[in-house]
Design a binder for this molecule. Structure first.
Ligand SMILES: [Zn+2]
Length: 268
């Protein structure tokens, strides 16, 4: 077999000619963001990552565009995250891969820089970890003052607002994972919260109500919403954006850093 797989949509999987073809068809890049954090006894730590990856890859297959390497660490433990962790984990080690907001937001600025310099003219940042997206949008806002291209930053529950209610490791999230990565869910572990020293482990009270069908419905509704975002980016700017140096990206970051008092991830 010598031709590239048509379903290869990931930047890291594409050969140069296929990258050029996909870029010419639609110069839009998806950035899936997630992290490892406790999702109860029934679901894998990377739930947020897996759903973001699925949504981005499926969007690229259906609507065009390329999926950037996954950002698998996210903001946690700071601000409002801290009391939440205490509530759902108690003293149990959450075994999580958190980063502080300044690291993630600075990284995001440089990721956007990389996208623009690689030829993309629109960006969809999709985080499976909900609630810190206002800070992602703040970084996007400052970046767009330097390169005014369409950039959306959304969490998956925002995509289905009014249709489904997002949660943490409950009916909503466990349904999503049952659909996108069924092998990473074991509802037979549901009672571990009362029978093991790990306790609740951030498990949602209604996780037992999760179903594959509901997961499919949530994911399909999410994809409809992403399609609307992609359509909303058109027509994409035709001219190449000017190359952004590290120095210029650093100026963008300095403007983001100057607005620290607005970062929601530092507020309880
Ligand atoms: Zn989650």
């Amino acid at each position: 077999m010598t031709t590239a797989q048509p379903d290869h949509v990931r930047w890291e999987d594409l050969l140069p000619r296929e990258f050029e073809q996909r870029l010419a068809q639609l110069p839009l890049v998806y950035l899936p963001m997630g992290l490892c954090e406790p999702h109860g006894h029934v679901a894998a730590f990377g739930l947020d990552t897996h759903k973001a990856v699925y949504l981005c890859e499926e969007s690229a297959r259906r609507f065009g565009g390329i999926v950037a390497p996954t950002q698998t660490y996210q903001i946690h433990e700071t601000g409002y995250h801290r009391p939440w962790l205490k509530e759902v984990m108690g003293e149990v080690n959450p075994r999580m891969g958190s980063l502080p907001p300044d690291v993630v937001l600075r990284l995001l600025v440089y990721q956007l820089r990389a996208f623009v310099n690689a030829g993309f003219r629109a960006v969809v940042v999709l985080t499976g970890h909900n609630a810190n997206q206002p800070d992602l949008r703040l970084a996007v806002e400052e970046f767009r003052r330097a390169r005014d291209i369409p950039i959306a930053a959304v969490s998956d529950p925002e995509l289905v607002l009014g249709q489904f209610e997002g949660d943490h490791a409950g009916r909503y999230e466990v349904s999503q994972l049952m659909y996108v990565r069924p092998e990473l869910v074991d509802l037979g572990r549901i009672d571990d919260r009362t029978t093991t020293p790990l306790g609740r482990f951030a498990q949602g009270d209604d996780a037992h109500l999760a179903t594959v069908d509901e997961g499919r419905a949530i994911i399909e509704a999410s994809l409809d919403a992403i399609k609307a975002i992609v359509d909303g980016c058109r027509p994409l700017p035709e001219a190449d954006a000017a190359f952004m140096t590290f120095e210029e990206a650093e100026e963008v970051w300095q403007r983001v850093a100057a607005r620290t008092d607005e970062w929601c991830t530092l507020r309880e």
